[in-house]
Design a protein around this ligand. Sequence first.
Ligand code: HEC
Length: 201
Amino acid sequence: MVRIFFGIILGILLVPLAGVLWLYYGKVPVAVADPPLPDEREITGLALSARIDRELIPHPPIDADEHTFIAGAHVYSEKCAVCHGYHGKPSPIGENMFPSAPPLWEKHHSGSVVGVSDDPPGETYWKVANGIRLTGMPDFKTQLTNTEIWQVSVLLANADKPLPPVALSILRGEAVSTGPALGAPATTGPIPPAANNPGDR
Ligand code: HEC
């Protein structure tokens, strides 16, 4: 009886001790290029999608029209392209993160899905508003207005469809983005001086 009791206590102490030893000496993957822990993606993915399912807003409060796409493209080039890349130009920063920031304008290897065009806009809205912890995906609810978050989310949900040429050139980083300017603080982006825009006045 005493032996069994002793065994149980030892077991209870050994498990956390083994955990601590592993943290100190176990070569735990902490560098970006280290392999993921077993089932890491599956476990975190399950928790994330369960939370989003509970809080999903099913219908965007804005239309998927030209105005939304152009406004969303401004938001994207100002706030997202640094990690997720411009249209046709992958981001060296995003590629070298763990987890990496997926390119949102690239076709998936199989099928016709582009970026997150297979996700409902409400799911992307949740991710942009709340961010994804321990991944480097920031939350934008204090940097963008609610409307701007919807604009970029609806745009990304339509990434597999033909987009207005103006939106495309902003997404390629060709057009000088004057946005988002739709409610964002004026100090967040490089606002070109008026003198750089000949023909402005
Ligand atoms: C600092 C870098 C960074 C910035 C800036 C950033 N993201 Fe992310 N984003 C990430 C990373 C890293 C992930 C991968 C998260 C993961 O694997 O769970 C991610 C994931 C996402 C996802 C989920 C992709 C998927 O396959 O499910 C969406 C959608 C997204 N970001 C949209 C945006 C939008 C829109 C913006 C701009 C408003 C933005 N991100 C800005 C780093 C960034």
